[in-house]
Design a protein around this ligand. Structure first.
Ligand code: NAD
Length: 327
């Protein structure tokens, strides 16, 4: 188990005990320098955003009798699929580990913004101002319309939460899912942008979704609306968002992802390495930023570890995993 994080260890140990398998953990990532450590093991899983290395890694794994590589993530762009295929390696990933985790973070950010908590905190902490200005009265969620861009696993879970809270939910998606009908009304993107008090993004980052929230889209939103992005930073044109916030074109934003996040999220960095756009956003009391932690719940971590290990055991024992990539 390469790339082991402290929070994963217990779940791997629990799985080993329950299934009677042995799991050897290392914090090292799988690459050309570390692949020889796999010799003598039956299966391999990893969790990393950096490349697994040259084609030699895959050749060596096959020569050690390894049949698979499991990534404990949904994304698999760090794996060279051509080399994996050439060496007969099955790739598994954990595409669904807890949609609720990400959905709940989006809703949490929206509620924080709706109730103006950042703005009250700034007034209290920086200005000793504990007064209630009339303009700071909040809205209650059941009076509001929430618009979802992308209604897949996470968008669907988000729709269910907002519906349960009494909000009217609109959803835009290129695919239609009849199972979502009880929770939302499908609409086109412009309608979602124009009618929603909260616009919450839940699509993957694709050519068709890159900068889907650009200056034009932000202008279509209500001046009183909040934008929530717990999907991928590249869905939003960050500079356009900063302008829209400065010009009061929208009321605020909740962001768990940023377009340039890989240089500093999930790390402790020097002050000089914190990007300017982040600093500008984080300084605004009507913006809340979290460092790509929407997924980061105990349930998600357990599922990522144990689903990847289960798939490994299945494939090593000659079975088929539904989490195997078809490629
Ligand atoms: P999913 O595949 O179940 O759903 C994605 C939905 O987007 C699908 O219904 C799809 O039809 C729709 N879609 C695709 N292209 C579209 C377009 N051009 N316009 C409108 N809709 C479009 O994926 P999911 O599990 O719900 O995850 C959604 C995204 O959330 C992931 O791709 C990932 O980027 C992000 N995510 C973020 C975190 C986090 O911690 N912040 C964790 C996991 C996933």
């Amino acid at each position: 188990m390469f790339g082991t994080k402290a929070q994963e260890k217990q779940y791997a140990q629990d799985w080993a005990q329950k299934t009677g398998n042995e799991v050897h953990m290392t914090t090292a990532e799988l690459n050309d320098d570390t692949v020889d450590q796999v010799k003598g093991f039956d299966g391999v899983i990893t969790q990393q955003t950096t490349s697994l290395g040259s084609p030699k890694v895959y050749e060596k794994l096959a020569s050690f009798g390894i049949k698979q590589i499991g990534t404990r993530t949904a994304g698999y762009d760090m794996i060279d699929l051509d080399s994996a295929k050439a060496n007969g390696l099955t790739i598994t990933r954990v595409s669904i580990y807890s949609p609720r985790a990400i959905a709940e973070m989006g809703v949490t950010q929206a509620m924080y913004l709706l109730r103006r908590i950042g703005e009250f905190n700034q007034r209290m902490n920086e200005e000793n101002d504990f007064s209630w200005s009339p303009s700071m009265a909040s809205n209650e969620i059941y009076n509001l319309t929430v618009g979802l861009v992308g209604v897949g696993h996470i968008g669907g879970a988000t729709a269910q939460i907002y519906k349960a809270l009494g909000a009217k939910v609109l959803g835009y998606d290129v695919a239609y899912d009849p199972e979502m009908e009880p929770f939302l009304t499908y609409a086109d993107l412009d309608t979602v942008l124009e009618k929603s008090d909260i616009v919450s993004l839940h699509t993957p980052l694709l050519k068709s979704t890159a900068n889907i929230i650009n200056a034009d889209a932000l202008k279509k939103m209500k001046k009183t609306a909040y934008l929530i992005n717990v999907a991928r930073g590249g869905l939003v044109d960050t500079q356009a968002l900063i302008s829209a916030l400065k010009n009061h074109e929208i009321a605020g934003a909740g962001l768990d992802t940023l377009a340039d996040e890989t240089t500093f999220f999930a790390k402790k960095v020097d002050a000089a390495d914190v990007p300017e756009d982040y600093k500008e956003l984080a300084a605004m009391p009507n913006v809340v930023v979290t460092p790509h932690v929407a997924f980061f719940t105990s349930t998600s971590v357990r599922n990522m570890v144990q689903i990847a290990l289960n798939d490994t055991a299945t494939i090593v024992n000659g079975g088929h995993s539904r989490n195997a990539l078809i490629y």
